[in-house]
Design a protein around this ligand. Structure first.
Ligand code: URA
Length: 434
């Protein structure tokens, strides 16, 4: 087989056979197919698309390019949760302890963030001493003993996707449904869980900017999951504005802790409860949607979810005293309020510039190697639908320098639009696919 012939075929809109896709992924993983040919293929796929059969074959080939974890040593139905990514998405930090405290084994592989803000691992490292570089044995023991563990993604988990994603990122080929679905699902299927709950974000801060595309992406992923024998549910959720109020690392951890104490922002709680409901149902830990919701509210109210976070942090070497005294979390010294320029109602609060503001402050990575500052970030004080008076604080910025705060303030202000008349709060959950 020759890669140039496969590129030609896809360029002409023809379908690749399973054998061709498997050959291509195996050759690319081994370094036998160069990046320039693979980039041409990605661009051809970008414009010509892939059929469902091609997408499934691509996913399985990427899953099998490395280790496929065996979590059978962990008892119970392991339900993995994955978000397609957005601004202020600290869901795992709150949802993990909530469902773990209700008996759902949480055995999660997470990544560091690239762009906007940190990923779950960066956030967990706000607890001094916390390590996600734990052995497979410790990982499994922790899930069996306390119900939750989060490990860094091993180098050999879907290595084909690692290479391909980096290539797509630098050749403007991220935004294609079959490529996104196969990328995400190859990793989820290699992570060894029994069932999968997907949070497909839609809006100006997400990969999918309209509901129709998000629904199509979600359906592809659900079909791939089911095709691989895993129960897979997908939610389509709103990312027209940042999720919750905090965007950054320490500030997001703080918000997750507050959520577990019963003080979570409404929009964030709505998404947490919606995802948690599916996790509890799939794990057989709730009899109905109402039962699931009642159990989640109860585990927050009685302190069990917060206790689970303490145990989780301690089991991975972190200092659990930060859970009880989150004021110990590092916060940058320059604190600036962004003032509302007029009276009215918040009509728009674009997620992307808020993520960019966090980057400007040093809270996100420009490259995989960059260090990030855990102490910087923004706390939004006004969100879509809120009434504001001129001079009210829209957002509090935590920065290292006055210059960085100034640059971030401009970005934040540019994210807002106001209306003279009443604006309704946005719907958070657009659809649930099963
Ligand atoms: N997340 C992934 O892991 N892959 C994509 O292609 C997009 C988001």
């Amino acid at each position: 087989m020759r890669m140039v012939d496969l590129i030609e075929k896809k360029k002409n809109g023809e379908m690749l056979t399973a054998e061709e896709i498997q050959w291509m992924i195996s050759g690319y993983t081994k370094g036998e197919i160069p990046d320039y040919q693979m980039s041409a293929m990605c661009m051809a796929i970008y414009f010509r698309g892939m059929t469902m059969d091609e997408t499934i074959t691509l996913t399985m080939a990427m899953r099998d390019s490395g280790d496929v974890l065996d979590l059978s040593g962990i008892s119970g139905v392991k339900v993995d949760k994955h978000s397609t990514g957005g601004v202020g998405d600290k869901t795992t930090m709150a949802l993990g302890p909530i469902v773990a405290s209700l008996g759902v084994p949480v055995a999660k592989m997470s990544g560091r963030g690239l762009g906007h803000t940190g990923g779950t691992i960066d956030k967990l490292e706000c607890f001094p001493g916390f390590s996600t570089s734990i052995s497979e044995e410790t990982f499994k023991d922790n899930v069996n003993n306390i119900g939750i563990a989060v490990a860094g993604q091993t180098a050999n988990l879907a290595p084909a996707d690692k290479k391909l994603y980096a290539l797509r990122d630098t050749t403007a080929c991220v935004n294609q449904k079959s490529l996104i679905a196969s990328s995400i699902m190859s990793k989820k299927l290699a992570s060894g869980s029994d069932a999968i709950v997907l949070d497909v974000k839609v809006g100006n801060g997400a990969f999918m900017e309209n509901a129709e595309d998000a629904r199509a992406l979600a359906q592809i992923m659900v079909d791939i999951g089911k095709g691989a024998g895993k129960q897979t549910h997908a939610l389509i959720t709103n990312m027209d504005q940042p999720l919750g109020n905090a965007v950054g690392n320490s500030v997001e951890v703080l918000e997750a802790i507050e959520t577990l104490k019963g003080n979570g922002p409404d929009d964030f709680l709505e998404v947490v409860y919606a995802l948690g409901k599916h996790m509890l149902l799939l794990a057989g830990k709730a009899d109905s949607e109402e039962d699931a919701l009642a159990k989640m509210k109860e585990t927050i109210a009685n302190g069990n979810a917060l206790q689970k976070l303490r145990e989780f942090v301690a089991a991975q070497g972190g200092d659990p005293s930060y859970v009880d005294d989150p004021s110990k979390l590092p916060l940058a010294p320059v604190v600036v309020e962004v003032a509302a320029p007029c009276d009215g109602y918040v009509k728009t609060l674009e997620a992307r510039p808020i993520g960019h503001a966090s980057m400007l402050l040093g809270g996100g990575r420009a490259t995989k190697e960059s260090d990030i500052d855990l102490s910087v970030g923004c706390i939004l004080r006004k969100k879509i639908g809120d009434e504001v008076k001129k001079g009210d604080s829209l957002c509090t910025i935590y920065a290292q320098t006055a210059e960085a705060a100034e640059a971030a303030s401009k970005e934040v202000l540019g994210a807002y639009e106001f209306s003279d008349s009443f604006v309704a709060k946005p719907t958070m959950i657009y659809a649930e696919l099963m």
